[in-house]
Design a protein around this ligand. Structure first.
Ligand SMILES: Nc1ncnc2c1ncn2[C@@H]1O[C@H](COP(=O)(O)OP(=O)(O)OP(=O)(O)O)[C@@H](O)[C@H]1O
Length: 334
C-alpha cells in the first residue's frame, strides 16, 4: 500500500532469543482503524510494543510515514499510546496529566492551556480538569488518557486493551466515543483487543493473530462470511464443526475435509422436510435469542433461534443446513 502511514514489514519480535511475533506484515492507511484480535498469548500486545519501541525488532522493518523507525527510541517515534490501566499520574490533576508531554517539551503556558482545553473538549472531560484520577470514573480516566495521547499531535494512536476495565455499558459508550474522536481528529488507530465485539464494531480491518502470526486480515464481515481457516471460523462468531457422519447425513458430503456451520444457519423444523432427525437435548435462553442443542447421529450441534417459539426439550425435530452456508476446509466444496 503506497499511502500507508504505518508499514510493518516481516516483523520478528520476542523475548530473549524466542520470537513470539513471526513474519508479521501490515500496511495501515492514514485514518484507518485496525484491530489486532486474537486469543491470550497470540502476540497482540507484543506487536503493539514493537510498534511503540518497547520491544526491539529481531527482524523486519517498521516505517512510520515513510521513515524507518525500527531502531528508534520510543520517545522519538511520535506515536500516542493508551493503556488498559490508563497509566495516569495519580497525584496530578486531569489537566496536568494531559499537559505533561507539553510541559516536558517546555511549550509556552498559553499554548499548553489552549491545547489541553481543546483536547478536553474533544474527549468530553471539560468538567473534570481539576480532578485527580481517583476522583474520576474509569470511563473518564480513559478519556483523559486518550486526550493525553493526542495532545502532542501524534497522528497514530496505539490502544492496548483500553476497554477491558470498563463495565459493559460504559464499554459500549467508549467504543462510540473513540470512533467519534477518530472522525473529528482523523487519527490512525491500532487497537489491541481480545473482545471480538470491540473489533467487529470499531474496525475498518481486523488482523486475527494466532501463535504470533497474522492468520487472516480483513473487514469483520469478510472474516465472518469467508473465514480463511478453521481457526478463524471458530474464533470469529460461533460455529458447529460437523463430524464426518453428520456432514454426510446433513450435506450429502462425500469428500474429506472439515465442515463448519454457523449457529444461525442451522434450521429446525417440527415436521417432515429434508435434513436429519434430531432430539432437542438442552436450550439456553440468552435474551434476544436462544441456543438450542440437538443430538444428530450421536453428535451435538446447536442452532440459534430468535423469539420464544421454541421446540420442547426431549422432542424430535428435523434439522437441516441453510443452502450454501457451510464452510469446508481441506476438502472439496459442497
Ligand atoms: N515479558 C515477557 N517475557 C517473556 N515472554 C513474554 C513476555 N511478555 C509476553 N511473553 C510471551 O509472548 C507471547 C505473546 O504474548 P503477548 O502478551 O504479546 O500476547 P497477547 O496476545 O497480547 O496476550 P493477552 O491477550 O493475554 O495479553 C506469549 O507466549 C507470552 O507468554
Amino acid at each position: 500500500m503506497s499511502n500507508a502511514v504505518l508499514s510493518i514489514q516481516k516483523l520478528e519480535a520476542g523475548y530473549g532469543s524466542k520470537a513470539v511475533v513471526r513474519d508479521f506484515s501490515l500496511d495501515v492507511a492514514a485514518g484507518e482503524f485496525v484491530s489486532l484480535l486474537g486469543p491470550s498469548g497470540s502476540g497482540k500486545s507484543s506487536v503493539l510494543r514493537a510498534i511503540a519501541g518497547f520491544l526491539p525488532a529481531m527482524g523486519g522493518r517498521i516505517l512510520l510515514e515513510g521513515r524507518d523507525i525500527t531502531g528508534e527510541t520510543p520517545e522519538r517515534r511520535n506515536v500516542g499510546i493508551v493503556f488498559q490501566n490508563y497509566a495516569l499520574f495519580p497525584t496530578m490533576t486531569a489537566f496536568e496529566n494531559i499537559a505533561f508531554a507539553l510541559r516536558v517539551a517546555k511549550r509556552p503556558q498559553a499554548e499548553v492551556e489552549k491545547r489541553v482545553r481543546d483536547m478536553a473538549t474533544l474527549s468530553g472531560i471539560d468538567e473534570q480538569l481539576t480532578r485527580n484520577p481517583a476522583e474520576m470514573s474509569g470511563g473518564q480516566q480513559q478519556r483523559v488518557a486518550i486526550a493525553r495521547a493526542l495532545v502532542t499531535g501524534s497522528r497514530v494512536l496505539l490502544f492496548d486493551e483500553p476497554l477491558s476495565n470498563l463495565d459493559a455499558k460504559v464499554r459500549v459508550t467508549m467504543r462510540r466515543e473513540i470512533k467519534r474522536m477518530q472522525r473529528e481528529v482523523g487519527f490512525t488507530a491500532i487497537f489491541v483487543t481480545h473482545d471480538q465485539e470491540d473489533a467487529l464494531t470499531m474496525s475498518d480491518r481486523i488482523v486475527v493473530l494466532n501463535g504470533g502470526r497474522a492468520e487472516q486480515i480483513g473487514h469483520g464481515r469478510t472474516l465472518y462470511r469467508q473465514p480463511a481457516t478453521p481457526f478463524i471460523c471458530q474464533f470469529i462468531g460461533a460455529s458447529n464443526e460437523l463430524s464426518p457422519p453428520v456432514a454426510r447425513r446433513l450435506l450429502g458430503a462425500k469428500g474429506e475435509g472439515r465442515s463448519f456451520v454457523r449457529l444461525e444457519d442451522v434450521l429446525i423444523a417440527e415436521n417432515g422436510g429434508g435434513g436429519a432427525r434430531a432430539t432437542v437435548s438442552h436450550i439456553e435462553f440468552l435474551g434476544s435469542h436462544s441456543r438450542v442443542y440437538m443430538i444428530v447421529e450421536g453428535d451435538t450441534i446447536s442452532a440459534m433461534l430468535l423469539g420464544d417459539d421454541l421446540p420442547d426439550v426431549g422432542s424430535e425435530v428435523w434439522v437441516s443446513i441453510r443452502p450454501g452456508a457451510v464452510h469446508v476446509f481441506g476438502g472439496t466444496c459442497l
